[in-house]
Design a protein around this ligand. Sequence first.
Ligand SMILES: CC(C)(COP(=O)(O)OP(=O)(O)OC[C@H]1O[C@@H](n2cnc3c(N)ncnc32)[C@H](O)[C@@H]1OP(=O)(O)O)[C@@H](O)C(=O)NCCC(=O)NCCS
Length: 170
Amino acid sequence: MAEQTWHTRPETTADAPAIREILLGAFLTAEEANLVDALREDASWIDGLSLVAVAEDDTVAGQALLTRCHIGQTPALCLAPCAVLPSHQRSGAGSAAIRAALAAAQEQGEAFVVVLGHPEYYPRFGFDRASAHGISLSIEVPDEALMALSLDPARPLPSGVVRYAAPFGI
Ligand SMILES: CC(C)(COP(=O)(O)OP(=O)(O)OC[C@H]1O[C@@H](n2cnc3c(N)ncnc32)[C@H](O)[C@@H]1OP(=O)(O)O)[C@@H](O)C(=O)NCCC(=O)NCCS
């Protein structure tokens, strides 16, 4: 799909069905769609940190979600899930939603973000290998899949084990 201009904004209540459709399309099972519905009801949810990418024809095509987690005792954000409608993948929607989410987090004074995902994708947003900062998970994952980012040059990433919000079940 050709590159196009993406408008980004925080999700509204009216976006929930479209976001569910994105997640059901992007992933093999309903797990991520159910996870996002559970996160909306969870204490880890932070208003303004679920960002959607909207196409020129007003299709809500992508979502990036940041929720509260901890690195050791330090509050941080978890970027998960990120998803784009299959029909709109690889046209910049995911990148637009992720960049908007990180910018919104920075504006809210958040400093640290972790992500578990494709190691070829997230370094373009500034993430690098979490283990290089002494950050780990309580479950076995490929070392390169856990990545971390500091949004504040004055605050280096803390080390520690990532504690996800309860709905993640990690
Ligand atoms: C991963 C995802 C969010 C990326 O969003 P997107 O809008 O398709 O991606 P963008 O257009 O912003 O960026 C394109 C680049 O993303 C990378 N990319 C996309 N999907 C990828 C994948 N499954 N694995 C690795 N890299 C991927 C490629 O490098 C691509 O570059 P290319 O165009 O040179 O091939 C989206 O493809 C998606 O929903 N995939 C299915 C669900 C998923 O895997 N979510 C992420 C969980 S970690």
